[in-house]
Design a protein around this ligand. Structure first.
Ligand code: IVH
Length: 722
């Protein structure tokens, strides 16, 4: 089955029908029928996605359909339909809404699934804050609404702007639509409304209204929505605001973004102010003071869930005091001071029609279950993850099996396992391919840190860049948001440009404009590419000819070098030249050399990363690609951006002894937030030693070295000057 394929495609199905046979195995008449089927299916999914806000398949599956279409067209150019999907660039009506940059990012919440996760959360918060046994700590507890998060900006009490969450940094401007929502006040009541007040909360649909909407839709022959959340999204993102106006959308306010002044010192106090000002707030919100009470609250809400009249997917706990919220801060994209306690996953059974292997950026082969469509808690599921080879073996999931599928909130649906009494007699154990289904190279099993601990060993294609799947995934990664962030060069364009050989390596992106109209017919004159969109694309590419070191390192797609590691490396080396010299020395010296050790010594970097760097840079393929890229791109030095410029920005601090005013973790987090580097030992680079009670050898060493020694209070006074 894992035959060498001539036509690039990222997936191969195990099912038998011709609709699932590899694109290069079809005869011409079969291909003709298949192209028609694909055109209809892609058009249907376009409509589901763009017009109805009710996609039935994942982006990856959609891309696979388009790829299959492109592969067949490449084999049989004369069969290409006049209305071929490949001539249509996906409609993006959302672009009709302007963008809004969130002044305070809209973050997400960490999840708790069990009582133990909740006790851990409370313990973690207490530890971070350095609280002891009887110190009180209050939380608010409230339902987690399954709707759409929205930011409403009020200036001098008057509603001026509404934005969706988007990617958290930038959302869509939906002011006109939101201004038609009756439950959202246009003017806030009361004398204590701050000059700037960005209220955040959830827009949702009530069950009763949802049922009425779907009845009316069905009667009018219009599409029905899969669930209230999709109905809310669809109603909000109407280009015609009169449609939004006709839909009874509801709103609950529960947090805030930018504010000129806060009306209270606690979470509950601010929400009470929201209520006074006329904003709808959830009446089930409570204030409690222990993990046991939080768990009891969860149980109570779970019991009421079916009678609430709107969808919730769990409850949310937040530390009540805002000064404590500030001290706790954030870890990556979630607050340390809040957590979502989710309800158990929804399950359903369906038939496993096939297992498809997708090849990722680093060559990992990931099995994806193709399922007979099934409704799982209001969402139609057609694909689910099977994780990896070991998981399939452990669960003994076979094609043809009836399987249990589950989804929890926004996570990818999973196959839990087979229903054995429904197993067809002829079902055979699944054999995981030993070669890459895309390029035919050997696929080898590899145990390494992350995957092994995540419950299995990954099989990887050894084809590197000769594997079209890997090459394409790397390009997609290269242009992605945290890397080069090239607008207008999304997954679909990469597929197209790769498919027709306009792009092979990252450097090709930067020569696209000079080759346009020379090596291939000018894009702006081809069907399906607007002149303006091509101009915009070239401008977006030009804007990235200069790029910061952190983004550049991340974009290279080196294994184990994610966003955080790229930052650690950029921070340590500051310039590309310094980084490159250090890594080249480690490549030459190998494990055990001083050069190797020097990289390993960087805060946050371990041997897994050093090995991955060496692995990458010793490969001539990769160094050539990087060298070529550097002919077009200038890498600018890393700039230390302290979130707040402070007296300790750029200083190195060591904490020692028993700290009483804050925990070690909090001390470290605060110092880093203020731009200081926290180290574990005294060296020539140390600027301050903050010494708690019983400070031992470090204190002596610091005195000897002439390092400034501070008490906890002196440290607090120093950083208070910020
Ligand atoms: S508080 C820093 N409270 O859940 C994040 N979020 O997973 C503060 N949500 O994007 C969010 N009900 O859309 C909060 N009562 C509630 C919520 C709630 C629903 C959503 C919100 C957020 C997502 C986080």
């Amino acid at each position: 089955m894992a035959s060498k394929k001539k036509v690039p495609s990222t997936s191969v199905s195990k099912a038998q029908s011709s609709a699932h046979a590899p694109a290069d195995a079809l005869s011409k008449p079969e291909a003709e029928a298949e192209l028609k089927r694909l055109a209809a299916e892609i058009a249907r999914h376009d409509a589901l996605y763009y017009q109805n806000d009710a996609p039935e398949i994942s982006d990856a599956d959609y891309d696979a359909l388009r790829q299959r279409n492109a592969a067949l067209e490449a084999r049989f150019p004369d069969l290409k339909l006049s209305e071929s999907p490949s001539d249509r660039v996906g409609a993006t009506p959302v672009a009709a809404f302007g963008k809004v940059t969130h002044r305070v990012p809209m973050l997400s919440l960490g999840n708790a699934f069990s009582d133990e996760d909740v006790t851990d959360f409370v313990a973690r918060v207490r530890r971070f804050l350095g609280l002891v046994a009887d110190d009180p700590l209050e939380f608010t507890a409230e339902p987690k609404i399954d709707g759409l998060s929205i930011a409403l900006r009020y200036e001098n009490g008057v509603f001026v702007e509404a934005a969706t969450r988007g990617d958290g940094a930038e959302g869509e401007n939906v002011t006109r639509n939101v201004s038609t929502i009756k439950s959202i006040p246009k003017v806030l009541k009361g004398k204590d409304v701050p000059a700037v007040m960005e209220v955040r909360g959830e827009i949702y649909y009530r069950h009763a209204d949802f049922a009425k909407l779907n009845e009316a839709q069905a009667a009018a022959g219009a599409k029905v929505f899969a669930n209230p959340r999709n109905a809310a999204a669809g109603s909000l993102r109407q280009l015609d605001a009169t449609i939004t106006a006709s839909r009874p959308l509801q709103f609950f306010a529960y947090t805030w973004g930018e504010v000129s002044a806060l009306p209270a010192a606690t979470q509950a106090g601010v929400v009470a102010a929201f209520k006074r000002w006329g904003l709808p707030v959830n009446p089930l919100t409570q204030t409690v003071s222990s993990a046991q009470e939080l768990i009891a609250y969860y149980g109570g809400i779970a019991e009421k869930r079916s009678t609430l009249g709107y969808d919730i997917d769990g409850v949310v706990y937040k530390v009540n005091r805002l000064d404590l919220q500030d001290r706790l801060g954030f870890v990556s994209r979630s607050p340390r001071w809040a957590i979502a306690h989710k309800f158990a996953a929804e399950q359903a059974t369906t038939v496993l029609r096939g297992i498809e292997i997708q090849v990722g950026r680093t060559g990992s082969l990931t099995p994806v279950a193709r399922l007979q469509p099934v409704n799982v808690g209001g969402v139609v599921v057609t694909n689910a993850t099977l994780h990896n080879e070991d998981e399939i073996r452990r669960k003994d999931v076979r094609v043809g099996d009836t399987v249990i599928v589950q989804r929890a909130g926004d996570v990818i649906p999973q196959v839990v396992g087979p229903v054995l009494d429904k197993r067809p007699k002829d079902a055979t154990p699944y054999e995981f391919p030993k070669t890459c289904p895309i390029c035919g190279s050997h696929a080898v099993r590899e145990a390494d840190g992350d995957e092994a601990s995540a419950g299995g060993v990954v099989r990887r294609c050894t084809g590197g860049l000769i594997c079209p799947a890997q090459a394409k995934e790397r390009l997609k990664h290269f242009v992605s948001r945290l890397a080069f962030d090239i607008e207008g060069l999304g997954d679909e364009k990469i597929e197209q440009f790769y498919g027709d050989q306009k792009l092979r390596t990252p450097a090709d992106i930067f020569t696209l404009e000079t080759r346009n109209g020379q090596e291939f017919p000018a894009l702006q004159e081809q069907k399906g590419y607007g002149k303006r969109s091509i101009e915009k694309l070239f401008a977006a590419i030009d804007a990235r000819r200069t790029i910061g070191l952190q983004r550049f390192l991340f974009a290279l797609g080196i294994r184990h070098v994610g966003e955080g590691t790229s930052k650690d490396l950029a921070k340590a080396y500051l310039t590309w030249d310094a980084f490159h010299a250090a890594v080249s020395a480690a490549v030459a010296g190998g494990a055990g050399s001083t050069a190797y050790q020097d990289i390993d010594d960087i805060d946050g970097i371990g041997t897994t990363v050093v090995d991955a760097l060496i692995e990458f840079f010793k490969e001539p393929h990769n160094t050539e690609i990087v060298a070529e890229l550097l002919r077009h791109v200038t890498v600018t030095p890393f700039e230390r951006v302290a979130t707040t410029a402070s007296p300790v920005t750029g200083k190195t601090v060591v904490f020692t002894g028993t700290l009483e005013k804050f925990s070690r973790n909090e001390a470290k987090a605060t110092a880093e937030r203020l731009g200081a580097k926290v180290s574990g030992s005294i060296s020539g680079k140390t600027d301050y030693l903050v010494a708690g009670a019983d400070a031992g050898s470090k204190l002596a060493k610091a005195r000897e070295a002439g390092v400034t020694v501070l008490t906890e209070d002196e440290w607090l006074a120093l950083i208070a000057q910020t």
